[in-house]
Design a protein around this ligand. Structure first.
Ligand code: ADP
Ligand code: MG
Length: 225
């Protein structure tokens, strides 16, 4: 436990440091983007688009770090889990179908949660995006909702390329990505939000078989039927 504690302290410190840096980097980044946009109104630089998109990437990393480190103004309200999921699915299904990916709803047993709906949406979307990015054209994502022991369980299963044991072990580390365009922050954000909601995350995966990600969120006790 002592080592666990020391690790937690280290993580908290690293988090504060990262947010500090993110804040400091944000302003010069905005300046550079502004100047670039301004000076290129007339003479278009050959590398303009590349520079802009790289700056955009930096921007995204910075804002994701700020989400990670900032004690966010969470607005906990009573929400129906399936309603939140459905809002995400309406958008996600369009992207998925463009990539030839089928999204199937298996079981739906939805409960009421005390949660910040925007944060929970972010959790679902990050997990769904990862599933889509692991799938070839023609792949499948299935989603199931059920209730067990005071928790709402939301299960996302894909039959994509899966993860090796090495990748699985390093999942908690920031910037741990296997994608050329990834930043390895998605699952960290997912974990942080779930922790804020006093839930838990369970990930199982097998290379070539696929991945199952399960989110457990506490349900409002007097609503358990
Ligand atoms: P990113 O998506 O930017 O790489 P994430 O934190 O969302 O960052 O994911 C970290 C890594 O975990 C991914 O790069 C990928 O290797 C692995 N991963 C996450 N979800 C899946 C999945 N459903 N199938 C296979 N690999 C996954
Ligand atoms: Mg991701």
């Amino acid at each position: 436990t002592e080592e666990l504690l020391r690790n937690t302290e280290k993580l908290v410190f690293a988090g504060q440091l990262a947010v500090g840096i993110a804040h400091e980097v944000r302003n010069p980044l905005t300046t550079v983007k502004g100047i670039l946009q301004y000076t290129n109104r007339d003479a278009k630089q050959p590398h303009y688009d590349l520079i802009m998109s790289e700056l955009e990437r930096m921007n995204l990393i910075v804002s994701e770090f700020m989400i990670l480190g900032k004690p966010q103004a969470v607005k906990f309200k009573e929400e129906e889990c399936f309603v939140i999921l459905n809002e995400i699915l309406r958008i996600f299904e369009i992207q998925a179908s463009m990539n030839g990916i089928a999204v199937e709803l298996e079981a739906v047993r939805s409960a009421s949660l005390m949660c910040d709906r925007n944060q929970i949406k972010q959790v679902f979307l990050n997990i769904l995006r990862n599933a889509m990015e692991a799938l070839p054209f023609g792949g499948r994502i299935s989603i199931g909702l059920d209730v067990a022991e005071g928790y709402q369980r939301v299960r996302f299963a894909d039959n994509g390329h899966g993860m090796s044991e090495d990748v699985l072990r390093d999942l908690g580390q920031p910037f741990h990505t296997t994608k050329p365009e990834g930043n390895g922050l998605g699952l960290m954000i997912v974990r942080k939000i779930i922790a804020t909601h006093e839930g838990r995350l369970d990930i199982r995966s097998q290379v070539g078989e696929g991945t199952v990600v399960e989110v457990y969120l506490p349900i409002i006790p007097d609503r358990i039927e």
